[in-house]
Design a protein around this ligand. Sequence first.
Ligand SMILES: Nc1ncnc2c1ncn2[C@@H]1O[C@H](COP(=O)(O)OP(=O)(O)O)[C@@H](O)[C@H]1O
Ligand SMILES: [Mg+2]
Length: 240
Amino acid sequence: MSSPTAPGLPPGLPPEARPAVELEAARRHYAMGDTVVRALDGVSFRIGRGERVAIMGPSGSGKSTCMNLIGCLDRPTGGRVLLDGVDTAGLRDDELAALRNRVIGFVFQQFHLLPRLDIARNVEIPLFYAGVRPAERRRRALAALERVGLADRARHRPAELSGGQRQRAAIARALVASPAVLLADEPTGALDSATGRTVLGLFDEINAAGTTVILVTHDPEVGRSCPRVIRLRDGLLEEA
Ligand SMILES: Nc1ncnc2c1ncn2[C@@H]1O[C@H](COP(=O)(O)OP(=O)(O)O)[C@@H](O)[C@H]1O
Ligand SMILES: [Mg+2]
């Protein structure tokens, strides 16, 4: 029996053997007038399913560029980026968005919760875009809030929560559609260090339950919380 494979995969490779993320000599160059900024200049690595990885490097090293490629917010100008075995270069915009919605949950430094919606409605947003019906959206949002210890805050607005609670709400939103990969950009950057540690503990729990976790950071403490560090410098891979 042959298993169905996505375009660009070797035939017969079962889904569970696909890396969650694969970069092959990935480049992202920006044309700036007469000069070219080599934000990423030929970077290769794989992140397997279920890994917990920090992508680190100093300011300007290419971390956000790398995150945008992994998160299907951008495409490489050279080389290949594969997400769940799918080569993002070959996809139309709507296909790229569909892949992003299926595979990735995003967490941002500044939470990006909508201030006029209560926490439960904020958490429901990815399910709204996925076309899930209201009662089911509410049920799954409350389950995600339960997971992050915020079930009793469902009816509160973001302004009524502490920074740590807001980030936990944002993590519930990232988890609610059951993505294979949780991708976080400086997730503790806006938190004090004790609260940051609590949030890192939550990523550990989420990872232990099977979700691939990728934390993009310049914070050494976040790096130490991960078994593997991918290090960038000047758009090149320094350590993988
Ligand atoms: N849209 C853009 N246009 C031009 N240059 C960019 C753009 N985005 C990033 N860069 C440049 O690419 C390099 C890497 O940026 P970035 O990925 O944001 O690094 P980091 O997140 O590690 O600070 C920097 O030199 C930055 O100035
Ligand atoms: Mg950055």
